[in-house]
Ligand binder design. Structure first.
Ligand code: ADP
Length: 508
């Protein structure tokens, strides 16, 4: 018979011990040791069960038993013995005298005699997670007081086990998540609201040369550039931006805000793409240059032939053909060269330009074509300057292409309107004609390189390279604007673009 104070002290000690660790094996060991000590049992066993009642882990009081025998014995005990009875009934049981208790299974290889035994469940939310069994050689050693103490300990142990299980589960999940992020082929880092780098994967540690966590982003070797990139990303609609490292490498930086975690930054090394791009531009420039020289010679000779008074009328047509083709090739080469240069980047050459003035200066260049085709024009441009950041020659290309196409593809006596207006943040430039109009299928491909709308070619049949709109798109997007088209077959088309207004200097 255990005294009340012994039981109370034991339960107190057990609860103190149980709360010192979340390690599952340590918790199991402590529970068993404390209980065996407090009850004076000769042996004790602790089994952990899964939801089907299968024993998943065990601590045996008999370390000399081989695992095979133990496992076989456990199965037998769980099916026919006292442990199985407790599992099924979900409350503790006492076999005061094992020789007379029919729930007791005597195992053939059991060297030590068990005179009395008790088993209590580790019950958590109506589920038996484990069983605690105590044995003594003498019959009638255990009584109700031992059973009550063991039940009290088992109740606490069940909670501690659940905590340990949850902890292990969270730890395992966290470890596999880290392993996953570490195995990612891109550098990944997390920056918190205070600008501290709270997490880096292996590749991020290498490329950013991070040695510790909770380091301020700007203190890292490439941190300043990365910080500026994150600030840009926070302001713009697109979710990636390019950053050049001091060692020359170029990264595409994308960032996503995750609540309670911070900004998750993923880096993509695009140095090889940049190198390829530079090679492409170099290639196009060299080839274009080499092609332009013989082409000028062909054009020169064609012009000389044209002037020859002895030229047969038949040959005159051939000379015109040579001239036309040479001019077309020349235009194609110039467009290709332009596109390659624009795509290679226009950064650095932007300065405030008055777009309203630029249109006014450009339009007179079309007067002859307009009068030849007897077209009507309507021009709506604000009198005040409309300042945008860009290169004047490039911005002029936008006007030339939209207006040039409208004149080119609209039949004689057609109407063209050129409009420029501004909102608080951007300018909108658009050119409308009442020409052939473009089908939705054609519209979706208009800004692709070399695309020329087949129906328009059939109807109008003018020459072109199919590169003009791609050049406009590259220029406009290079200056953070957008291009668009609105068109209806047989009604006409509107080609437009937006460009952000240049920031007003602080002094104004
Ligand atoms: P290009 O005019 O040299 O063919 P662009 O890239 O400028 O090249 O235009 C691509 C195609 O878009 C043109 O070939 C034409 O089919 C169509 N297009 C452009 N502008 C107009 C317009 N105002 N009306 C009808 N079709 C147009």
């Amino acid at each position: 018979m255990l005294t009340y104070s012994t039981s109370a002290e034991t339960v107190y000690n057990v609860s103190r011990q149980l709360n010192t660790s979340l390690d599952l094996d340590e918790v199991l060991g402590k529970v068993l040791r404390l209980t065996v000590e407090a009850t004076g049992a000769s042996r004790g066993s602790l089994f952990l069960l899964d939801e089907t009642g299968r024993v998943t882990r065990q601590i045996l009081a008999r370390p000399d038993q081989s695992p095979e025998v133990s496992r076989r014995n456990i199965n037998k005990v769980m099916q026919e013995g006292l442990a199985g009875w407790v599992y099924r009934h979900q409350y503790g049981a006492l076999a005061a005298d094992t020789t007379t208790d029919e729930r007791w299974v005597r195992l053939p290889d059991d060297a030590e005699i068990t005179g009395s035994a008790l088993v209590v469940p580790l019950l958590y939310q109506e589920r038996v997670n484990g069983l605690l069994a105590l044995h003594h050689n003498e019959p009638h050693f255990f009584d109700e007081s031992h059973l009550a103490l063991a039940a009290g300990i088992a109740g606490q142990a069940a909670v501690a086990l659940e905590n340990a299980r949850l902890f292990t589960q969270v730890k395992d999940e966290r470890e596999s998540l880290f392993a996953l992020i570490n195995a990612m082929p891109n550098p990944v880092l997390v920056v918190d609201a205070d600008g501290l780098v709270t997490f880096t994967n292996e590749l991020a540690r290498q490329s950013l040369r991070v040695q510790a966590v909770n380091v301020a982003l700007e203190l890292l070797p490439a941190g300043q550039g990365l910080k500026a990139a994150l600030e840009t990303l926070a302001q713009q609609a697109e979710n990636h931006v390019e950053v050049q490292w001091t060692d020359g490498r170029v990264y595409n930086v994308s960032a996503n805000h995750v609540s309670q975690v911070g900004t998750v930054v993923v880096l993509d090394d695009i140095t090889y793409l940049k190198e390829l791009d530079a090679m492409k531009t170099q290639f196009v420039e060299t080839v274009s240059h080499d092609l332009k020289n013989p082409l000028s010679v062909i054009l020169g000779f064609a012009q000389l032939l044209e002037l020859d008074p002895h030229l047969l009328p038949r040959s005159e047509t051939s000379v015109q053909g040579i001239k036309q083709s040479a001019h077309h090739m020349n235009a194609l080469i110039s467009d290709l060269l332009d596109l390659a240069r624009i795509e290679a980047g226009m950064g650095g050459e932007a300065s405030p330009c008055d777009f309203a003035r630029l249109i006014r200066d450009t339009l007179p260049g079309f007067d002859l074509q307009i009068s030849e085709k007897s077209m009507q024009t309507k021009i709506e441009i604000p009198p005040e300057p409309v300042l945008v950041l860009g290169n004047k020659t490039r911005l002029t290309q936008i006007v030339n292409n939209f207006v040039g196409n409208a004149i080119k593809y609209t039949p004689a006596h057609g109407q063209i309107s050129v409009t420029l207006n501004v909102t608080a943040t951007e300018m909108r430039f658009f050119v409308t004609d009442n020409g052939p109009g473009i089908s939705p299928a054609g519209q979706s491909q208009l800004f692709q390189k070399f695309y020329r709308v087949p129906e328009i070619q059939e109807k109008i049949g003018v020459t072109g390279t199919g590169l003009g709109l791609s050049i406009v798109k590259a220029i406009v997007e290079g200056y953070n604007g957008r291009v668009w088209v609105k068109s209806e077959v047989d009604a006409g088309s509107t080609f437009g673009c937006t460009l952000p207004l240049a920031p007003i200097p602080a002094s104004e």
